[in-house]
Design a binder for this molecule. Structure first.
Ligand SMILES: [Zn+2]
Length: 444
C-alpha cells in the first residue's frame, strides 16, 4: 500500500505527505547543552511521487534561516505552524529528485501530543530524543510519517565531556578545541520517529558480541544495576534471533538515563530506559519488550499508526515468550491470566482500527499479544514460529499493514492444513482484530 492512503491521513493528518518520499537525511548539527541551542543544516534527498508545485515538510518550534533547492527553482518558502512549505517556479514532474537544504536553529522543545511530550527533551544533564509517534519535527525538518523510511548521516558537534549517540554506526569522531564532532551513519531505512540523539555523562559497557554486539550506555552511578538487570541479555538476543529470525541491525545499544522516565522507548538499533527501570519489577519485562521492537516496529515499520498492534502486540507477546524460555511463567499461563483480566473490562476497541487517539491503549498491547497466542494455538507451534520468521524475512526493512500479515498467515495455514485451516485462521483473526468483543482463547 502506498504511503498516501486515506486511512494514513485519518490517523495523523497534520504530519507528513504521501506526495513525496525522502530517501536520505544528512543532518549537520551543533548543539550547546547548557543553553539548549541547536543550529545546523539538514539536507534532504527528496523524490516526488506526483506532479507538484509545492512541497511541505514538518518542522516545529525552530527558526528557518535559509532554504536552498537543487533540481527545481525555489521561488519562496514559508514556515508557519509546524509546516515548512516550499514553492517552485513551475510544476516539478512525478519521480523528480530534489536536494533540499534547510539552515535552521533555536531551542528545541518536545512537541505536545495526546500521549504527552514527544521529541527532543532536555534531561538533568544532557538530552533524550524519543519521538514516537510524532516528535521528529521537534529537531529536524522531515516527512513525518512512519511509512516514509530513509537512510541518515547525523553529524553532531557537542561540548565535551558529553557522550553523544545517534542511531546507526559511529564512522568518525573529531576533537575540536572544546567540542567533539560525532558522525553516525544509518544505512538501514529508518522511520523519522526512530531517528534519535542521546547526550549525557555516559560510559559504554559491552554486554557481549554474540550473535551481534550489545552494550549499555549508562551513567557510572547506575552501571552495576544495569549490568545486573542485563546479565542474560546475550541469551535473550540469541533466543529472539532463533524465534524471530536474524537480528536486523549491526548492533544494539541500551541507553539508561540518570533521570527517571515514565516508560522506556525504542529507537533504531537502540532502546532508552530511565534509571527507575533498573530496579523496577518491570525491568525484566521491559527489556525483552524493547528488544523485540527491533524486529517489530524498526525493521518492519507500520505504514500507518492504524496498524500499531503489529508493533505493540508482537513486543508484548515477546515478553511472554521470553518469560517461558527463561524459566518463568509460560506464555500460555500468562495469556490465560490476561484473558481473564480483560474479560472483566469493557471491550470497545477494534485492534485493527483503534482510532487515532487510542493507538497506545493498553488493549492494543494485551489483546494484540492474545491475538498472536490465539493464532499460535490454531496453527500449532511449528507453523506459528515459521510464520513469524517468514513475516520478518519477507518484509525486512520495509513497511507493513495488518492486511499483509493476514495474507501471510492464511498462506502459512494453507500450506500446513489446506483451505480448512486457512479458513479457521481467517475466522480467528477476524474475531480478534476486527471485532470489539473479546473472543475465547482456542483450546480453553
Ligand atoms: Zn512497545
Amino acid at each position: 500500500m502506498s504511503a498516501g492512503t486515506e486511512e494514513t491521513d485519518r490517523y495523523e493528518p497534520a504530519h507528513g505527505s504521501g506526495s513525496i518520499h525522502v530517501e536520505h537525511y544528512d543532518l549537520d548539527l551543533t548543539y550547546r547543552v547548557v543553553p539548549n541551542v541547536l543550529v545546523g543544516v539538514a539536507t534532504l534527498t527528496v523524490r516526488t511521487r506526483e506532479e507538484m508545485r509545492e512541497i511541505a515538510l514538518d518542522l516545529a518550534g525552530l527558526t528557518v534561516e535559509k532554504v536552498a533547492v537543487r533540481g527545481a527553482v525555489l521561488t519562496r518558502y514559508r514556515h508557519r505552524g509546524d509546516k515548512l512549505v516550499l514553492r517552485f517556479a513551475e510544476e516539478v514532474g512525478d519521480g523528480a529528485l530534489l536536494e533540499v537544504s534547510v539552515r535552521y536553529g533555536g531551542r528545541p522543545v518536545p512537541m505536545d501530543s495526546p500521549w504527552g511530550p514527544v521529541g527532543w527533551e532536555e534531561l538533568e544533564e544532557g538530552v533524550l530524543v524519543a519521538s514516537q509517534p510524532t516528535g521528529a519535527p521537534s529537531w529536524f525538518p522531515c516527512n513525518d510519517r512512519p511509512g516514509d523510511k530513509a537512510t541518515y548521516r547525523t553529524s553532531l558537534t557537542v561540548d565535551r565531556p558529553f557522550f553523544v549517540l545517534a542511531h546507526g554506526e559511529l564512522v568518525a569522531r573529531k576533537e575540536r578545541s572544546s567540542a567533539t564532532t560525532w558522525v553516525y551513519e544509518e544505512r538501514h531505512p529508518t522511520a523519522t520517529y526512530l531517528a534519535t540523539v542521546q547526550i549525557g555523562n555516559y560510559e559504554s559497557v559491552a554486554l557481549g558480541e554474540q550473535p551481534v554486539p550489545q552494550r549499555v550506555v549508562v551513567p557510572a552511578a547506575h552501571r552495576a544495576a544495569a549490568q545486573r538487570l542485563l546479565a542474560r541479555h546475550c541469551e535473550l538476543m540469541a533466543y529472539f534471533t532463533e524465534v524471530f529470525g536474524p537480528y536486523p541491525f549491526a548492533g544494539y545499544t541500551l541507553v539508561v538515563t540518570a533521570d527517571r522516565l515514565e516508560i522506556p522507548v525504542e529507537a533504531q538499533g537502540m532502546s532508552v530506559f530511565g534509571s527507575n527501570h533498573l530496579s523496577d519489577d518491570d525491568g525484566a519485562r521491559l527489556v525483552p519488550h524493547e528488544l523485540a521492537h527491533q524486529w517489530f516496529g524498526n525493521s518492519l515499520t507500520v505504514d500507518s499508526w492504524r496498524h500499531i498492534w503489529l508493533n505493540e502486540g508482537f513486543a508484548s507477546y515477546a515478553e511472554w515468550l521470553w518469560s517461558e524460555h527463561s524459566g518463568g511463567e509460560s506464555a500460555d499461563s500468562l495469556a490465560r491470566a490476561w484473558h481473564r483480566r480483560l474479560g472483566g473490562t469493557g471491550q470497545d476497541l477494534v485492534v485493527s482500527n483503534p482510532g487515532p487517539e487510542r493507538i497506545f491503549d493498553d488493549l492494543i498491547y494485551k489483546r494484540g499479544a492474545l491475538t498472536l497466542h490465539a493464532l499460535r494455538r490454531t496453527l500449532g507451534d511449528e507453523a506459528f514460529f515459521e510464520l513469524l520468521r517468514a513475516w520478518t524475512g519477507r518484509h525486512r526493512y520495509g513497511t507493513v499493514t495488518t492486511g499483509q500479515f493476514r495474507a501471510l498467515a492464511a498462506h502459512r495455514a494453507e500450506l500446513e492444513g489446506g483451505p480448512a485451516l486457512a479458513d479457521r485462521v481467517d475466522a480467528v483473526l477476524t474475531a480478534w482484530l476486527d471485532r470489539p468483543r473479546l473472543p475465547a482463547l482456542p483450546g480453553s
